[in-house]
Design a protein around this ligand. Structure first.
Ligand code: RIB
Ligand code: CA
Length: 308
């Protein structure tokens, strides 16, 4: 029985890879893809979600949610994902007039199947926080929330202390961290262990699947940006690793922890803070991925995309 998922994403090249993987994975059924701003502005993220689904054209189309144009974000990551969010791929998209908002799609689908849906959030947590603010009873109906965000002990990637998805909307992240939802956090300590080298890009060129053709248009720009801005000979795929956690949880070691988000710090704004003292009054409020079989996760990514 496939796991029913809703992907809340800010495409973003690694969100795009994760979406391709999810739409092709036998372990998952993608019920909806809801856009949030983050890597790029909300409207662009919404267009990217639609363009990716149109170009991938899965047998069973997921519902699509549009990010709120009023979403306020502290920064963006256009230097790594391009001004269009997909590294200049130039995907055309049919403008749909009656797009439902992401928060409404999330609420509709969770109410249809209480306890059944896993949300995989690979962008800022604005939609999840807004949904909980408008409809707090939904917290008890979400089966599981997997959050691709934060750091456990690793340095930040947008400031010295903060990871991008949390930093973009730290108030939303704090609200979600402190909600009663069953949640798992996949920090960049773990997701940063996988870097797809140039051999992955070469492998795509030898494939003629819809996925390969789509990613071949997106990823060369991501490799260039990673080399220019991060000095890497390959691309980080944080969101793809988080999706593997939904597909193959056995590849990850989880630890119950108490976590919260700094929203008032000057140097530490958006930092995720986890309680690791032996004696504490704080009760754990989430699972945190503290280790993974990186080689097996990378193999799962490559094999799943090969099969897509
Ligand atoms: O910190 C990495 C995360 O920020 C990834 O989800 C990337 O897509 C950006 O959203
Ligand atoms: Ca993302």
């Amino acid at each position: 029985m496939p796991r029913h998922v809703i992907l809340d994403m800010d495409p973003g090249y690694d969100d795009a890879i994760a979406l391709c993987l999810a739409l092709a994975a036998e372990e998952l059924e993608v019920i909806a893809v809801t856009a949030t701003g983050g890597n790029v502005e909300p409207e662009q993220a919404s267009r990217n979600v639609q363009a990716l689904v149109e170009h991938f054209d899965p047998k069973r189309w997921p519902r699509i949610g549009a990010a709120s144009p009023e979403q306020i974000l502290r920064t963006n990551a256009r230097h790594l994902h391009g001004d269009d969010g997909l590294c200049g791929a130039g995907l055309q998209v049919a403008e749909l007039a009656n797009r439902h908002r992401s928060v409404k799609v999330l609420s509709d689908e969770i109410r249809k199947a209480p306890g059944d849906i896993t949300i995989v959030a690979t962008g800022p947590l604005s939609n999840i926080a807004d949904m909980l603010r408008y409809e707090p009873d939904l917290a008890g109906m979400i089966g599981h929330l997997i959050i691709r965000g934060g750091t456990l002990a690793a340095p930040g990637n947008v400031t010295a202390a903060a990871e991008f998805n949390i930093y973009c909307d730290s108030e939303a992240a704090r609200q979600v961290f402190n909600s009663p939802i069953t949640k798992t956090v996949i920090p960049i300590d773990v997701t940063g262990e996988v870097i797809l080298g140039f051999d992955f890009l070469e492998r795509l060129k030898s494939r003629d699947s819809r996925t390969a053709v789509l990613l071949e248009r997106i990823l060369p720009g991501a490799y260039r940006a990673a080399r220019q801005h991060l000095g890497l000979e390959g691309i980080l795929v944080h969101d793809v690793v988080a999706l593997v956690a939904a597909m193959r949880p056995a590849l990850f070691t989880m630890q119950r922890m108490y976590g919260d988000v700094e929203t008032a710090g000057e140097l530490t704004h958006g930092e995720t803070v986890f309680e690791r003292r032996a004696v504490t009054a704080e009760q754990p409020n989430m699972d945190v991925a503290v280790q993974m079989d990186a080689a097996a996760v990378e193999a799962a990514i490559v094999e799943s995309l090969d099969a897509a």
